[in-house]
Design a protein around this ligand. Structure first.
Ligand SMILES: [Zn+2]
Length: 670
């Protein structure tokens, strides 16, 4: 364990300086080695380099996420550009790349085992994707494109934020509050106070506007708020993002061309499980038809409610409102009746129990180990043979020093190389801590988050590879959510819920009718949810499939794309282009918004393997899952890994069932 108690903020800058110098020396030694390049003296040299830098980075960045302070924040601002320059210097070192490139060219003659071969390919690809080996003038152009794209991404995000802050919907007369529950009224009061305004306001934060659209009875107000929400980044003037998008799309296309790809989408997906934009489109289109059919049936039901209000044809600002009425009627669950069954301690036990039955793991709490905050709990994880698997840290409670959200991270990655190391993995959550006689109680969504992150943790803990670059979660973006989303399925099994979801006072298991409602409400309104998601993912891909885009009318392009797929009139994209932050506020999900659904296909199809075996802990299926997925890191291409686990490639049928999109007898044709 890192010696947390002995580390002070003032230690980090000197530690970074020493670690960066050591890494530089390691890399120069590889580059300047007079011996003929070999896998050992080049690729393994790089794989062994930077051990100290890894240690410093792992401790530092885990702390800045989970337990930061002003001193750490100042160091963070100072060190970020230094680390970025350090990385670029390595990737653009011609002599170093020449060694790697030479090895990659004669990879078949090197007599490498499969894992070593994969490691060489991965290094070669990482360098090539950064522009290594290209002529100087091309690399100069790539660098200036990169800088310009960073500026555009920041501007895009700031424009969206400005448009969000610029608009409020004041609720003035009592009639403006029609339909709003008390908590939303209180939140509107708070929002006004936060802005120094009198009275009550609705804002464009998703947490304000979405409940408003659900509950507000006043159609004219819903309309106004919805227009403001969906026109963020498209209101003309200084914060309009249409030109920002046009320039971004154009520069991304140019960058891809310079790197030898036909379009940016091809460049982006080359490094994923889907591999090609066509494969991603094929999945989205397979889901699109059934989703649109279901949305049409949902719209008919909602129209009947709208007719009662004489509201006219169902519009996008009506959908959430009438859907909420249906949801309330059919699935209404009182959160206060659910929470007492979901004590944090019971859910940790449930997650450990599933890991034990699937993979033979045991968890022993080790309060004696060093931790970075008193709330953090530490467990020693052992395997079926009693051997050490790794250390699992759970950091569950919200506090001001922690950023929001939930995540898994590592203090140390697994490796077999050079005597080996067992992983140290952490799950960080933001649950509200219990107080007095009431233990920490979770919502069902919180419990699902706990299982999700624990799935990522198992991916880190069970890792069993030689090279740390290939360990654990170092897999493509459209594959990394598979082990985590898959693990959520066990929480949803009645046999797990009845055993672990017990009332914290009486010990009684959760009643069947609550379970029934929790599970069936997941399929509600999925036509709408799928249509708004898939349309966004398709538009994202279409923009990035343009081979060049010197002049593009962003709004017209979006409109034409939606027309071509037959977008239902009463539904809007989940993220319209001028405020699609996943895609244009940086590179995170550019041409990759499809990844969420790609992973969902895998988790639905993957869990079906257990259902087909007739046992959700079937030992043979679990062993294949461990060997080819949770333990395998990036040893294989994700398609090969999945096929080895499942015996075939994934198909979207299970996802269609999971979302309630599978054909039913009421449908005709097809
Ligand atoms: Zn995740």
């Amino acid at each position: 364990m890192p010696p947390f108690g002995a580390i002070e903020a003032a230690d980090f800058l000197p530690a970074f300086a020493a670690a960066l110098a050591a890494d530089r020396a390691d890399i120069e030694a590889v580059r300047d080695n007079p011996a003929e390049p070999s896998f050992e003296n080049t690729i393994l040299g790089l794989e062994r380099s930077g051990a100290a830098l890894d240690r410093v980075c792992n401790v530092f960045f885990n702390l800045t996420g989970a337990d930061t302070n002003d001193a750490l924040r100042a160091i963070e601002r100072e060190i970020a550009p230094v680390l970025s320059r350090h990385g670029s210097a390595m990737y653009l070192d011609d002599a170093l790349f020449a060694r790697i490139d030479g090895l990659a060219r004669r990879i078949d003659e090197l007599g490498l085992d499969a894992e070593s071969r994969r490691l060489l390919e991965r290094y070669h690809r990482m360098f090539r994707r950064q522009g290594a080996g290209l002529p100087d003038e091309v690399r100069t152009r790539l660098a200036s494109i990169g800088e310009r794209l960073a500026v555009l991404g920041t501007r895009f995000t700031q424009n969206v934020l400005a448009d969000e802050q610029d608009f409020v919907l004041p609720l003035e007369s009592e009639a403006d509050f029609a339909g709003l529950p008390d908590d939303l009224r209180a939140a509107a009061r708070q929002a006004a106070q936060d802005r120094g305004l009198p009275g009550h306001v609705i804002t464009l934060a998703r947490s304000s506007i979405e409940p408003f659209l659900q509950y507000a009875a006043r159609r004219d107000l819903r309309h106004r708020a919805f227009q403001a929400w969906t026109s963020r980044g498209e209101r003309g003037g200084a914060t309009d993002n249409r030109e920002v998008v046009a320039e971004t799309v154009k520069l991304r296309a140019e960058r891809a061309r310079l790197l030898g790809y036909p379009t940016f989408a091809h460049y982006r997906l080359d490094d994923t499980m889907a591999k090609t934009p066509e494969a991603a489109q094929e999945l989205l289109r397979a889901v699109w038809g059934p989703a649109r059919d279901l949305a049409r049936r949902e719209a008919e039901a909602l129209q009947r409610l709208a007719d009662r209000d004489a509201a006219g044809p169902l519009a996008p600002w009506d959908w959430r409102h009438y859907a909420e009425q249906v949801r309330h009627e059919r699935f209404s669950i009182d959160a206060a009746a659910v929470k007492p069954y979901f004590a944090l301690s019971g859910m940790i036990e449930a997650a450990f129990s599933c890991a034990s039955r699937l993979f033979g793991l045991s968890f022993t709490e080790r309060p004696d180990l060093p931790r970075y905050h008193p709330d953090v709990r530490a467990w020693e994880v052992t395997g079926p043979d009693g051997g050490l698997v790794g250390i699992f840290l759970g950091d569950y409670f919200a506090r001001p020093s922690k950023r929001s959200g939930a995540w898994m991270s590592s203090f140390r990655r697994q490796r077999r190389l050079d005597g080996g190391a067992r992983p140290i993995v952490v799950n960080v959550m933001n649950f509200a801590e219990g107080s007095g006689d009431v233990p920490t109680l979770l919502s069902f969504d919180d419990a699902r988050t706990l299982f999700h992150e624990f799935g990522h943790a198992l991916h880190g803990l069970l890792s069993d590879v030689t090279y740390p670059a290939l360990a654990g979660t170092s897999v493509p973006r459209d594959f990394v959510e598979f082990p985590s989303q898959l693990f959520e399925h066990w929480l949803e099994q009645p046999e797990i819920l009845s055993r672990f979801a017990r009332h914290y006072q009486t010990g009684a298991p959760i009643p069947d009718d609550i379970v029934e409602r929790l599970l069936s409400s997941r399929k509600f309104n999925q036509g709408f949810a799928t249509v708004e998601y898939v349309s966004s993912a398709l538009v994202d891909l279409e923009f990035h499939l343009l081979p060049s885009a010197d002049t593009i009318d962003v709004a017209a392009f979006e409109r034409r794309t939606l027309e071509s797929i037959g977008m239902p009139e009463a539904i809007t994209m989940r993220h319209r282009t001028p405020h699609f932050q996943h895609v244009f506020g940086g590179d995170g999900y550019s041409a990759a918004y499809y990844s969420y659904m790609w992973s969902e296909v895998l988790d639905a199809d993957g869990f079906a393997a257990f259902e087909e075996a007739g046992d959700i802990f079937d030992p043979e299926v679990a062993e294949r899952l461990r060997r080819f997925v949770y333990a395998a890191g990036d040893l294989r291409d994700p398609k090969d890994a999945y096929t080895a686990f499942r015996g075939r490639l994934p198909s979207p049928e299970a996802l269609l069932r999971q979302r309630g999109l599978a054909p039913t007898q009421s449908q005709s044709g097809l």
